[in-house]
Ligand binder design. Structure first.
Ligand SMILES: NC(=O)C1=CN([C@@H]2O[C@H](COP(=O)(O)OP(=O)(O)OC[C@H]3O[C@@H](n4cnc5c(N)ncnc54)[C@H](O)[C@@H]3O)[C@@H](O)[C@H]2O)[C@@H](O)CC1
Ligand SMILES: [K+]
Length: 482
């Protein structure tokens, strides 16, 4: 599991450790890790051209000390000082002693950036608030244009460390070297898109419980159910799928395809698209509805393609009151706004940003810009686990717990019907007994992995059915040790 911690907890942990260590130890550890990463990226340090963008805080100090280490190995290192009178004095001395230069003329610095092999962004780190200031923005733009690599120190300057919000200009890094632990902004979009490949340099801090966590391959085996010797289809769980309509049978077929690839022992389809479902999947139990008459299930999935007719309204009221966990997606989310039925068991909502915005009474752009805040708010407001779809899918619980962020997404997943496959899959995991939080995050992980398998390298368009078809392979991948 990759974990990210709140800035306040990082600062407390750093302060606690610094009291026990000689002054400057942590910054030296950070700078050593940073310099080692740069050296690896440069290949040959001797004769390389390195530009440091240095702000007024310790983030700039890290860049200066790392620059000094590179200068000692023969790199030509120039520091562009954004706040010359406040640049880290020890770092500046170290750089100069190692033969590095410092400039304060930012136009000259921009020309150096154009020819640099590596640009180190030490403008701001966890002390940053708001977007990049006006004087720093042209340097960030120059680094973006430069053919050299941009390495962010701790995090790309301009992204909010705690939320991943990007309120203005920001540095676009190829690589981010972060210290002690991940910062939430590195894992959540839009910030995550600015971070490039993230490398963690341990500095010995213990910041306590995380606010964000990302499943890793090695976590999946422990979360995915394995049928025991005594399992039969009912013990493995039956998932009921209320999806599609006579007019839109496709959503039913896709949600069922996702559910069949999950862990449930059987899939029960309920709705008017039974013919299309059975033609494609003869193994599915079908019922015209309503859900209350369809037989026992251990979890319901409701929503994809069901529209907003009276049948759909009756169905959502019935499943919410059924006493088993319910996943609500797509059209079901719109119906949720009007229903007065209190859910009688765990509830998992799977909106995209637009659907989340409608439930919260805000607009899509606001949700996209502050995904972490909105997923938490929706989970609290609806007292439900919420899976907010997107390039960094988030899963938040209504109770205080680390938000899960999915690391396996790919842009190719933005294809019609892929959400229906995801809801079927997650519902199937709910029926198999996973909590809403685990079902949502494991489903997002496998779904992303399946899309990556289907799209291949370097990638090509895929359909939602391709994703569903790749799910068994993704599952096998995920539980294969090593
Ligand atoms: N505290 C520690 O023990 C360690 C800190 N380290 C480094 O120190 C950093 C934190 O240092 P600081 O607390 O000094 O804070 P930063 O260096 O992140 O930034 C604070 C300074 O930036 C200015 N600033 C804030 N927002 C800005 C913006 N949008 N544009 C331009 N300037 C802005 C502030 O006026 C302040 O002077 C970490 O990110 C990390 O790189 C590492 O050396 C590891 C150890
Ligand atoms: K930075």
């Amino acid at each position: 599991m990759r974990r990210a911690h709140a800035v306040a907890d990082v600062r407390d942990a750093e302060a606690a450790l610094m009291r026990r260590l000689p002054e400057g130890t942590l910054m030296r550890r950070a700078a050593a890790g940073l310099a080692a990463t740069c050296a690896g990226l440069l290949g040959r340090v001797y004769g390389s051209r390195v530009v440091l963008l240095v702000g007024s805080g310790d983030n700039g100090g890290d860049a200066l000390y790392a620059g000094a280490l590179l200068a000692r190995r023969g790199a030509g290192v120039t520091a562009a000082l954004l706040a010359p009178e406040r640049a880290h004095p020890g770092g500046l001395d170290a750089l100069r002693a190692a033969g590095g230069l410092a400039v304060t003329d930012l136009a000259a610095a921009t020309r150096l950036i154009d020819r640099a092999d590596v640009v180190l962004d030490g403008i701001v780190g966890i002390g940053g608030k708001g977007g990049l200031r006006d004087d720093a923005a042209p340097l960030a733009a120059a680094a973006d244009r430069s053919a050299g690599l941009t390495v962010a120190v701790d995090l790309p300057s301009g992204i909010d460390p705690d939320t991943g919000e990007v309120p203005g200009a920001a540095v676009r890094a190829d690589v981010t070297v972060t210290f002690g632990t991940h910062k939430p902004g590195l894992l959540v979009d839009p910030g995550a898109r600015y971070a490039g490949a993230v490398r963690l340099v341990p500095i010995g801090i213990d910041p306590g419980p995380p606010v964000l966590e990302a499943l890793h391959h090695s976590d999946l085996a422990g979360l995915l159910p394995v049928p025991g010797e005594l399992s039969d289809k009912y013990r493995r769980g039956v998932v009921g799928v209320v999806a599609g309509s006579a007019r839109y049978p496709g959503a039913a077929v896709l949600a069922v395809a996702g559910a069949l690839a999950g862990a449930a022992g059987a899939v029960r389809y309920v709705g008017p698209a039974a013919d299309a479902v059975v033609r494609r999947f003869p193994e599915v139990l079908v019922h015209a509805g309503p859900p209350a008459d369809a037989g026992r299930v251990q979890a319901w999935v409701i929503g994809p393609g069901i529209g907003d007719g009276s049948g759909a309204r009756e169905a959502i009221a019935q499943v919410l009151g059924s006493g088993v966990p319910v996943l609500v997606d797509a059209d079901g989310l719109a119906l949720l706004r009007d229903t007065t039925v209190e859910p009688s068991a765990e509830l998992l909502l799977t909106p995209h940003a637009g659907e989340a915005a409608a439930l919260l009474g805000t607009d899509r752009a606001a949700v996209e810009a502050a995904r972490l805040a909105h997923v938490r708010e929706l989970a609290r407001a609806r007292r439900a686990t919420v899976l907010l779809k997107g390039s960094t899918t988030l899963v938040a619980d209504p109770v205080p717990a680390p938000v899960r962020v999915n690391p396996t997404g790919t842009g190719w997943l933005a294809t019609a019907g892929s959400g229906d496959v995801l809801s079927g899959l997650a519902g199937s995991l709910l029926a198999a007994g996973l909590t809403a939080r685990d079902a949502g995050s494991v489903a997002a992980y496998l779904h992303g992995l399946a899309a990556r398998r289907a799209t291949g390298v370097p990638g090509a368009p895929i359909t939602a059915m391709d994703v569903a078809a790749a799910l068994p392979g993704a599952w096998r991948d995920a539980v294969t040790p090593g």
